[in-house]
Design a protein around this ligand. Structure first.
Ligand code: SF4
Ligand code: SF4
Length: 459
């Protein structure tokens, strides 16, 4: 574009170009297999054909009806910025960039296989470099950098919950003792002391469970303890950096990655368990990349670890409040970070299906086409109203699902009041729980760790 030529308005950009199709949300069967062959010498967003397939799977677009809010519309903006067709107007551009949960549903349906998550995270990085980051994010960043958590809490309080949890307290003290023993061995010249040991399990708890959702960290510790797993905590644990990665603050996140990674390596554990899907995906993707593809320890989400242990120990699971003939009716919400980010869809379901006294029903949108809860990608912090609306839709979907379930139950001539939405991510649990509460929904929302903690494991 020649110097001095008048810039376009953002509205001209998003309403010009090829017509947007995708008036009907594509079903999984109709999707074109994304192209996996080598990418052309282009940035990913340049390959966007504006087909519009991503438009109707985007929960933000379906809430705001704003053309700048879905992947195809955002790609138009990036192209226009690149060509200098529009100027970077913070007021207009920032909402489009940050009003996205990075849920990855657009990536699943994109017929040309654009890695939208990578494109949008890179875009956020560019915004941060320009110094145009939303104010609220700088508060989050400062808290993480000063306190090692985004909640402005003191780092020394991270393990306060242990005081009232027998298994947690043991795991914390065991860790302290083992670290002291390792240090002693190293001082005595045993250079192998820090090498991973077979079957040594660490539990990485994450900031939200540590400070805000102690019910999850308590339930997870109890489940691991009841399964007879001698786990350790990481007394030096810091924020995993997930929030920073998602919001464009990758450089700041790398310090946390280095510290947490060193801490885990030095603890000598060979298996790390996560109850937070956000921490789990950050370790699976970003930490693994940092370690050159090989971490030196295995990562498990709680659902995977419990399933593995139950199989190894040949255990059965029972939900004692209900029976096989009168089961608790459950529907499972796939967290984006566990499902679309890490491909963990089947283990949680396999685990739930193993529980006697529980029956699992699927919502219409499940697995890789699951709707996001509305809380991801910084949307909850920056645009709480959008997160609320999206969470409300997901709750509404569970209600529809529950009607079907009730009809099913009626067919079986059974009566029940128990209706539970289970997820396996603290952010999903919080957003859906909040909405269900505000709306006086009959749906009870809980995390899978809480469900498992109400179960019995037996031979
Ligand atoms: S991002 Fe993919 S699905 Fe969305 S408009 Fe572009 S090409 Fe189509
Ligand atoms: S990542 Fe999710 S919220 Fe963001 S544009 Fe894609 S579908 Fe919409």
């Amino acid at each position: 574009m020649s110097e001095g030529k008048e810039k376009k308005d953002i509205r001209d950009v998003i309403t010009s170009g090829p017509p947007v199709a995708g008036l009907i949300s594509p079903s999984r069967e109709n999707l074109i297999e994304p192209k996996t062959k080598e990418k052309e010498e282009k940035f990913d967003y340049e390959r966007c054909t504006h087909c519009g397939y991503c438009r109707h799977v985007c929960k933000v677009y379906n809430t705001s009806w704003c053309e700048t809010d879905y992947a195809g519309g955002r790609n138009r903006i990036i192209k226009a910025l690149d060509r200098k067709d529009i100027k970077f107007d913070k007021e207009e551009i920032i909402p489009s960039i940050y009003r996205c949960m990075l849920c990855g549903n657009c990536k699943v349906v994109c017929p040309v296989g654009i890695n939208t998550l990578e494109v949008f995270q890179n875009l956020r990085k560019a915004v941060v470099k320009k110094g145009a980051m939303p104010e609220k994010l700088s508060i989050l960043r400062d808290s993480i950098l000063c306190n090692n958590n985004p909640y402005m809490e003191q780092h020394v309080d991270r393990f306060n919950w242990c005081e009232e949890n027998e298994y947690g307290k043991e795991a914390y003290e065991r860790a302290k003792k083992e670290l002291a023993a390792i240090d002693e061995a190293i001082a005595a010249g045993d250079l192998e002391a820090r090498k991973p040991k077979p079957h040594k399990v660490g539990y990485f708890i994450g900031c939200t469970s540590s400070y805000r959702n102690k019910e999850l960290v308590n339930a997870t510790s109890d489940v691991l303890g009841k399964l007879g797993i001698e786990f350790v905590l990481f007394p030096e644990e810091r924020c995993c950096g997930s929030v920073l990665f998602r919001t464009g603050l990758e450089d700041e996140a790398m310090d946390l990655v280095k510290q947490n990674y060193k801490m885990i390596r030095e603890s000598g554990v060979s298996e790390v368990v996560f109850s937070c899907s956000g921490c789990f995906s950050t370790f699976t993707l970003e930490y693994t990349k940092f370690a050159g593809g090989k971490l030196g320890f295995d990562l498990y989400h709680l659902t995977q670890y419990v399933l593995k242990t139950v199989k190894e120990k040949n255990l059965k699971i029972r939900y004692p409040k209900r029976t096989k003939d009168d089961p608790l009716l459950i529907t499972y919400h796939d967290p984006c970070h566990l499902g679309r980010y890490c491909g963990v869809y089947e283990e949680p379901r396999e685990l739930i299906n193993m529980i006697e006294g529980v029956k699992l029903f699927e919502m219409k949108h499940n697995r890789d086409m699951s709707w996001c809860c509305g809380a991801g990608g910084g949307v909850k912090a920056l645009y709480g109203d959008v997160a609320g609306e999206i969470g409300r839709d997901r709750i509404a979907e569970t209600r529809t699902c529950m009607v079907i379930i009730r009809e099913d139950r009626l067919k079986e001539a059974l009566e029940t009041n128990a209706e539970v939405l289970v997820s396996s991510c603290v952010f999903c649990k919080n957003n859906l729980f909040q909405v269900a509460n505000e709306d006086n929904s009959p749906i009870k929302v809980m995390d899978i760790s809480q469900l498992l903690n109400e179960c019995e494991f037996y031979k």
